[in-house]
Design a protein around this ligand. Structure first.
Ligand SMILES: C[S@@+](CC[C@H](N)C(=O)[O-])C[C@H]1O[C@@H](n2cnc3c(N)ncnc32)[C@H](O)[C@@H]1O
Length: 282
């Protein structure tokens, strides 16, 4: 490796600069020892953006901070790992308990609002709409609103496209559901238009001011809080608590909790899945 190699090791000062940028722009905390992550993700970006080295890319950020480059850097540093029906049991809990309960209590208004916050490439909200169609066909006559958001422009665009590669549908999607809900288009799998158009995909940064969002019956905020510090988690959970209807549910990732972060939630256990509800005010 040479100093001009886009794959060269990042200087300690440059690493610190990238960490501060990530924290300021997206509240993502990158710890010491994660230099390799910056090198493997920003090295290719430096090359594709015409910089002679990663150091040159960081210098451009430091001295000119072009908005588009900053966004590209932040997006490249996000971890977009996801899959259909990720972890399986949370979707079981939604199917057997949470959705039937919410549907019973919304029988008059016949409207459910659901938000998949940090939806990555869309497997999470698409798993949900497939489940709703297959197990609750009566919902076709409801006025549901399904919002799916993510910080990263590229993943939101991909999610919106409804197109998935073979390797992506191989992860978590049972073959009968693939056959039922997707069609093959130029070597990729395209989710049926009827399902795709049920979801309102938008770009949104959870760490900054939120646009107006309607009151929600169910919020999926899975596998994203792990990247934030306690203050950011607390600020996000406070805002989720305000958005949730009193009997609505919050679902976090398997390793995430509200406990010790924000105390307006109580745990609800369904099988092996833990969800959260707003505590009743006395
Ligand atoms: C590991 S994926 C989780 C995807 C999905 N929820 C799941 O559990 O499979 C985390 C997602 O959080 C998004 N993310 C990271 N920081 C964010 C922020 N400040 N605001 C919104 N989304 C963010 C990333 O772009 C990434 O797509």
């Amino acid at each position: 490796m040479t100093a001009n190699d886009p794959n060269s090791a990042i200087a300690p000062g440059d690493f610190k600069y990238v960490c501060t940028l990530l924290k300021d722009e997206a509240a993502i905390v990158l710890e010491e020892g994660k230099e390799y992550l910056v090198e493997t993700r920003l090295g290719p970006l430096a090359k594709n953006s015409g910089f002679a080295s990663l150091a040159d890319l960081v210098a451009e950020l430091r001295f000119h901070a072009p908005v588009k480059l900053v966004k590209k850097v932040v997006d490249a540093m996000t971890t977009n790992e996801t899959s259909f029906y990720r972890d399986a049991h949370p979707f079981k809990a939604l199917q057997t308990t949470i959705l039937p309960e919410l549907m019973a209590s919304r029988a008059e208004t016949r409207a459910l609002n659901i938000w998949s916050a940090a939806c990555s490439t869309g497997q999470e909200p698409y798993s949900l709409v497939m489940m709703m169609k297959d197990h609750f066909p009566q919902l076709i006559n409801w006025h549901n609103y399904i919002l799916a958001t993510d910080l990263c422009t590229e993943v939101v665009e991909k999610a919106k496209s409804g197109l998935f590669r073979q390797i992506e549908v191989n992860r978590g999607l049972p073959a009968p559901l693939l056959m039922k809900h997707f069609s093959k288009v130029s070597g990729e799998w395209y989710i049926k238009e009827e399902l795709r158009k049920q979801i309102d995909f938008r770009e949104m940064n959870l760490a900054t001011t939120w646009p107006p969002i309607p009151q929600m019956d169910l919020v999926l905020l899975r596998n994203v809080m792990i990247y934030f510090n306690n203050d950011t988690k607390c600020s996000i959970l406070e805002r989720v608590a305000k958005l949730l209807r009193p009997d609505g549910y919050l679902m976090l990732g398997a390793s995430e909790t509200t406990w010790g972060v924000e105390d307006s939630f109580e745990r609800v256990v369904v099988g092996t899945t833990t969800l959260f509800k707003r505590k009743k005010t006395p």
